[in-house]
Design a binder for this molecule. Sequence first.
Ligand SMILES: [Zn+2]
Ligand SMILES: [Zn+2]
Length: 355
Amino acid sequence: MPNTLSPTTIFNPTPGWYAGDFHAHTNFSDGVLSPDELVALAQAEGLDFLAITDHNAIGALSAFETSPPRPIVRGIEITLQIGHFNVFGVDSWPDWLAEMLPGETWRERERDWRDSSRMMAMCKAEGWLVSINHPLLTPWEWQDAGTLLSHLDALEIWNDPTWGDNAWANPAAVAYWTRLLNAGYRITALGGSDYHFTNQEPGPYQPRLGLPRTYVYAEQLSAAAILEAVRKQRAYMTMGPTLRFEAQMQDVIHGIGSDLGAVAGELTLTAEASLPHGDGRIQIIKNGEIIAVERGSDGRITVQRQSQLDPAETAWFRCDALDAEGHFLAVSNPIFTGPHLPPAPHTFGEFLADI
Ligand SMILES: [Zn+2]
Ligand SMILES: [Zn+2]
């Protein structure tokens, strides 16, 4: 294994926002590009890191001919007939997984392992992060209504926006995730291009590696630090515009993913985004409701809002940027305030009504 595949290899020691893609396939499952070609494309697209998530396969991670020049988040897209979930941080292929996903085939498992909760629990016991992919995109939507939400570290709310049905499925996933946040779950929203192709697909379908891209605030540029940032919800997804979302209390500025705890006082929330084409808006959300909105055209838009914190009230704040037609351009993970109340145990199906 090239040493740059080690999760602790540091490519940049500086803390900061790093851009990447959490969902991509190579020719070790049903992708077209080799691992080296995919990483070269990620570099050409300006990504700082890339997760490789082949269907039921990990072979790409030991097939590099040259050492990747960027951190590779080692993943698998566990691909079942009842849906797909990514695991991140995979550095082994344990016997139990080999039994579940025998052979080299990447195809969906048809009969067994319908108890996805048990499988997720085993993945988490390995120290991997668990993230359900394209949760509402038919025919690959998550179909195990009984999955315990406590198993989820993350949710892919933003899958390949160039795929037609994602025009509905991605906003629906944002709405679904919003319900989970309101119920007290701190599940990190992620984006993934689900890239399978070359840079030039014939026809109108033009997927692109890094669309959407997910920025994470990592203590350094390494695969381990990227996953630590995901655990802490220090992430936002974007079609291109960079986003700034901060909460200031007295002289301290708290970024995306922060938890201020049960404090009293005035909080100043600031959201800022660039809108590259035409009109649009940026909005701040509190507990699922819009509390501030600002419209604008080309250039950066800033919106600011004060909020009086009640130390007894649990709240979360998020910001979204949308284009003139109301399509999401960027979505942040939350900033939390108030007591952290562990949610009651819920299943995936309990929040699906009328989505
Ligand atoms: Zn999938
Ligand atoms: Zn995929």
